[in-house]
Design a protein around this ligand. Structure first.
Ligand code: FES
Length: 161
């Protein structure tokens, strides 16, 4: 009888230890993911997107960028883009991500609108919400002219709120 009880107690302890080990194995990556924005401060860097002369006045074109906050294993998915407009007073760079849920918006030159294909979000030419679910304007990236080159310093993606 004592052997049965002690064997049962041993199995209970092994089970508890197994559950505790499994909990640690599952929770460590989750906690690391949740804390990573506080631990890994992202360095925002200027990225060359082309020569000043290649951008025509009053046109909005798509330019390629590296995601400003890529995960170490992101690979090709760290490639993103932005909408760049040349104006009389300089350049404006809009994030390509809709502020509703982050889908890439398209520029419609005829309508002078940014259109989101996911849920019908619409932004005016200044990136202000003009229809559909988005409540906040498109994010703007920093832009500068460095010599004869245009450079963008992208802001990290922020959606919903
Ligand atoms: Fe653009 Fe929903 S993600 S409207």
């Amino acid at each position: 009888m004592n052997d049965v009880l002690s064997r049962r107690a041993l199995y209970n302890r092994i089970s508890i230890a197994g559950v505790a080990l499994a909990s640690v194995v599952v929770s460590v990556p989750i906690i690391g993911y949740l804390l990573s924005p506080f631990i890994n401060k992202q360095e925002r860097v200027w990225q060359d997107v082309g020569a000043v002369d290649q951008f025509k006045l009053d046109t909005t074109v798509q330019v390629n960028l590296q995601d400003p906050s890529p995960l170490p294993w992101a690979g090709e998915t760290a490639l993103t883009s932005a909408w760049l407009r040349r104006t009389d007073s300089g350049f404006i760079a809009f994030s390509i991500h809709c502020t509703h849920l982050g889908c890439p918006v398209n520029w419609n030159q005829g309508g002078q609108l940014f259109l989101c294909p996911c849920h019908g979000g619409v932004f005016n030419a200044e990136g202000q919400p003009a229809g559909g679910p988005p409540q906040r304007p498109l994010q703007r990236h920093d832009v500068r002219v460095n010599g004869s080159r245009v450079e963008i310093r992208p802001v990290p993606l922020r959606v919903r709120g």
